[in-house]
Ligand binder design. Structure first.
Ligand code: ZN
Ligand code: ZN
Length: 549
């Protein structure tokens, strides 16, 4: 059994893994899957935005890169324009020097877009990896008119969502699909006009319920007539913060009687050691996937097949190894960071619609490039093979980019969320760290206890105030579009900073850790992401199906 060269733990390379490495002609990994994931995620800043200057225009922009980042940063519109030429950074490969050394040198000179923007995003300046219009502080988002949402597809007119697909007019949801006008709910599919639901399917007009199926007019678990339900609902005013808080607490208590599945997945077959997979087939050790097939060690990805050791990847893509970000119609990518719509690319970063390139950064519509230098097809193939052969002998080919090349300080990257480390640990691993002093003094600030209790008492004046988060002390503002949403849907002002709200939503989800525990009904030992000491009722799939359906 090989020993991970990073954490020193032994890990298994399965025959299926081996078959894949042979197929794509890469050496076997020397880091375990978790360390590989950590290394890739160090190249991903999901949501920490900063104000800085564009290195081309001098304009103040919103960026994933801090002011003193070692990378050159352009505002997205300028980056996407033809006002600069990535091939101007092209250079010859020097066989007397290291592979990563030369890639690092190039990557630090070629400009990056301030955020991982997508071409075609409209009025989404404070977002990253977002495609749509009029979104604000959204990340990994495909949708319109959404605020503070993360990781979603085809969602409109919603606020505070996490992991949702095809939803509209929703507020404070995690893991929802095809919901309409649903609020304060988790793990719900095909529901509408409801609130405070957990693990419900195909329900409408329900207020307070767990494990409900194909029903309506349920009020805190009690099935009522339509008339009776409407009567009860008349007594409820969610625009009243105190009242809302009462219901929130009741919901948390109510959820304790729910039945939890040992693993949470939907319509997936032959998936093992997986959690939060939806419409997947033949996956192993994967987390947060939708419509992925024949993939292993994949995290947070959708719509791809034959992906191994990859994250934040997908959208109609095939064959990927050690990729972070990107996809979008990609084929055969190895060791790439945010490469989209491209084929046969290796060790490339932020390239779009290219094919057959090695060690390039920032290219669009190019082929046969090496260190951003253009070659003819034959010449490229020969040179690329020679470089790869030498880099393989030097032990570099087959590894993802080293941690020192991470685009962001470790503590700004998603790696720090999944694998929190101290500055010292990060530096020992070869990574880098950078603290950012957030300003603590805010002008025109207001404490949450001084906020109006009811949304109807809120005027536009609030847009000029900085609300001090009741939990973190961080200041945050309400934007007009947001206030309109709260007023229209009778919801009080939030009392917590958007990042704290995001964390609250994350806390509603399960962690990426597997335990062996007993089914609370039949006693069978099952794998679960709910810890053994957790008092919740956890059922094996058989028992869950018998009890709930
Ligand atoms: Zn390891
Ligand atoms: Zn059971």
């Amino acid at each position: 059994m090989p020993q991970c060269q990073n954490c020193q733990k032994e890990f298994t390379i399965y025959p299926e893994d081996r078959e894949f490495y042979q197929k794509i002609e890469v050496p076997e990994p020397t880091w375990c899957p978790d360390c590989c994931l950590m290394r890739r995620l160090a190249f991903r800043n999901e949501r920490n935005l900063y104000q800085r200057k564009c290195d081309a225009t001098g304009k103040t922009i919103i960026s994933l890169f801090q002011v003193d980042s070692p990378y050159k940063v352009y505002e997205p519109d300028y980056w996407w324009s033809d006002k600069w030429e990535p091939l101007e950074y092209g250079r010859d490969y020097d066989f007397s020097r290291g592979f990563f050394e030369q890639i690092e040198e190039l990557f630090r000179q070629v400009p990056r877009a301030g955020v991982l923007s997508m071409r075609g995003a409209v009025n989404c300046d404070y977002c990253s990896s977002t495609l749509g219009k009029n979104c604000y502080l959204c990340f990994l988002w495909y949708g319109n008119d959404c605020l503070y949402c993360t990781w979603g597809l085809n969602v409109n007119d919603s606020v505070d969502l996490l992991h949702t697909e095809m939803c509209e007019i929703c507020y404070q949801l995690t893991d929802a699909r095809r919901c309409y006008n649903v609020k304060f709910s988790h793990q719900c599919y095909d529901c509408w006009d409801s609130a405070f639901l957990f693990d419900c399917r195909n329900c409408h007009d329900c207020f307070g319920g767990v494990n409900l199926r194909n029903t309506s007019y349920v009020f805190w678990g009690e099935k009522l007539s339509k008339e009776e339900y409407e009567q009860r609902l008349k007594t409820i005013d969610l625009g009243d913060y105190e009242q809302l808080e009462k219901y929130n607490q009741k919901y948390q208590e109510f959820k304790k009687q729910a039945i939890y599945r040992n693993l949470e997945y939907l319509k997936s077959i032959n998936c093992h050691h997986c959690e939060y997979v939806d419409g997947c087939k033949n996956c192993y050790e994967c987390f947060d996937l939708w419509r992925v097939e024949d993939s292993r060690y994949v995290y947070n990805s959708g719509e791809c097949r034959e992906a191994v050791n990859s994250s934040y990847f997908g959208m109609n893509s095939e064959l990927a190894y050690e990729c972070i970000g990107g996809g979008t119609g990609a084929y055969n990518l190895k060791f790439c960071e945010t490469v989209r719509g491209s084929a046969n690319m290796e060790y490339c970063a932020f390239c779009h619609n290219c094919h057959d390139c090695l060690a390039c950064s920032g290219l669009q519509n190019k082929k046969y490039c090496l260190l951003n230098k253009q070659y003819g097809k034959k010449e490229y193939k020969e040179l690329a093979e020679k470089i790869k052969k030498q880099a393989r002998e030097q032990g570099e080919y087959g590894q993802f980019f080293p941690l020192r090349m991470a685009l962001y300080p470790y503590n700004d990257s998603y790696a720090h969320v999944l694998f929190p480390k101290t500055q010292e640990e990060v530096v020992t691993m070869g990574g880098w760290w950078q603290d950012f002093q957030e300003k603590k003094e805010y002008s025109n600030q207001i404490l949450t206890q001084d906020l109006p209790n009811h949304i109807r008492e809120v005027s536009d004046d609030i847009l000029d105030r900085t609300i001090i988060c009741a939990e973190s002390g961080r200041g945050f503002k309400i934007i007009k579009q947001e206030l309109d949403f709260y007023q229209k849907h009778n919801l009080p002002l939030p009392r917590f900073h958007p990042e704290v709200r995001h964390q609250h939503r994350l806390n509603q989800r399960r962690a990426r850790q597997f335990f062996k525990r007993k089914c609370s009904r039949c006693g069978k030992i099952v794998e679960s992401t709910i810890a053994v000491a957790d008092p919740r009722r956890v059922y094996c799939e058989d028992c869950y199906q018998k009890e709930i359906y």
